[in-house]
Ligand binder design. Structure first.
Ligand code: UD1
Length: 353
């Protein structure tokens, strides 16, 4: 059996790493194609290093652009690579533009497509990721879901039962493997933050591309910072928007994006996290850290029903909610978030090769 993995943006890498490692241990032939959607060391190469992902066999170097532009460049670059490699499976991860592009190319070449993290839905088509999820799942031949509710979503959409396999959350495989190494980094101390720290990540266009909303979020973060330290590793998109809108965050410690292990360390040590990232919602649930998601919806409802996540559509509510955060004594961990999801992914790929 031969696998061709496609990854391109930061959240893809903690999902790819365990699947690649398990497949390698089973002697399966595999190729990694990095689309180049993310290219900064902090969003890409540092993740590959820390997650011990081998150097990609191919880097398409697509870089940034509009949605159509970026997606088209991945498609054009990937088509000859898949044709030459003739894999049994193209394996795609998550919901970024690279995921969508690879799905369309594989489907049109008639190569079987497996989607890791299938079935997540925010039911909000203004999110680019929702379009990517819908199209990828429609085209995939194997839908590997992280939670039971995701499998149910796919059934409701009419996907054949035989294509849906509940495997659990591969990102938690990476998190559990990294947790002890991460803790030794003392990331908060290194960044000069002490005390009950609130760790913030924000990068969704709906939050950061709108001046009024970003200003309201900034005001809320500064209000929190009057009572406890706030560490904000800002995504390049967010840094650019803050600068162009002239928005400042008095009292907030604004830093570059953290590397993978540093982010795990910071989340683990946090009093609470404030985020709009899908991955951080999941990681905080797995670590039992209170999470406030600055969105009206989530494609990861299990982090609300079984985890620590609370949706906060109105940024003005953040200071009050964060002040009353309580870390659960014994966190509830969703089914299949057990560090062995990648084994179940590779089992499913082998059974259907
Ligand atoms: C992408 C994903 C999003 C994911 C996020 C994680 C899509 C549609 N979006 O959003 O789902 O949650 O990654 O980070 O695929 N930039 C850099 N350096 C880089 C990459 C980007 O500075 O290495 C800047 C560029 O100005 C670029 C902007 O960030 O225009 C946005 O990058 P892009 O990949 O288009 O989307 P993200 O916002 O990163």
């Amino acid at each position: 059996m031969k696998l061709l993995h496609v990854a391109g943006a930061r959240p893809n890498f903690p999902k790819l790493a365990p699947v690649h490692r398990v497949a390698a241990a089973r002697g399966i032939a595999q190729l990694i194609v990095h689309t180049g959607q993310h290219y900064d060391d902090a969003l890409s190469a540092s993740f590959l290093r820390e997650l011990e992902i081998p150097d990609p066999d191919v880097n398409l170097g697509v870089g940034s652009g509009t949605h159509a532009d970026q997606t088209a460049r991945v498609m054009t670059g990937l088509e000859p690579v898949i044709e030459a490699a003739a894999p049994d499976w193209v394996v795609v991860y998550g919901d970024v533009n690279s995921t969508l592009a690879a799905a369309v190319v594989a489907a049109k070449l008639g190569v079987k497509l497996a989607h890791v993290e299938a079935g997540l839905r925010s039911h909000d088509r203004t999110m680019p990721e929702e379009i990517n999820r819908l199209v990828t799942d429609r085209l995939a031949n194997l839908l590997l879901t992280p939670s039971r509710d995701a499998s149910d979503e796919l059934r409701r959409e009419g996907e054949p039962e035989g294509e849906i396999v509940f495997v659990g959350n591969v990102m938690i495989d990476s998190l559990l493997a990294a947790r002890d190494r991460a803790r030794r980094l003392d990331t908060l101390e290194r960044l000069g933050v002490t005390g009950e720290t609130v760790v913030v990540t924000l990068h969704r266009p709906s939050n950061v591309d709108d001046r009024t909303r970003l200003q309201r979020i900034a005001n809320a973060l500064s209000a929190i910072a009057r009572t406890r330290p706030v560490l904000f590793p800002a995504h390049p998109r967010t840094t650019a928007r803050l600068a162009s809108f002239g928005i400042t965050l008095p009292g907030v410690r604004l830093v570059e994006p953290l590397r993978y292990l540093e982010m795990v360390a910071a989340t683990h040590a946090a009093f609470a996290v404030v985020t709009d990232s899908g991955g951080v919602q999941e990681e905080s649930t797995a670590l039992g850290v209170p999470c406030f998601t600055v969105r009206a919806n989530t494609e990861r409802p299990v982090t609300v029903t079984e985890g620590t996540n609370i949706l906060v559509p109105d940024p003005d509510a953040l200071p009050g909610l964060v002040a009353s955060a309580v870390r659960p004594a014994a966190p509830r961990i969703p089914e299949g978030w057990d560090g062995r999801a990648a084994e179940r992914v590779v089992d499913a790929l082998q059974q259907r090769a």
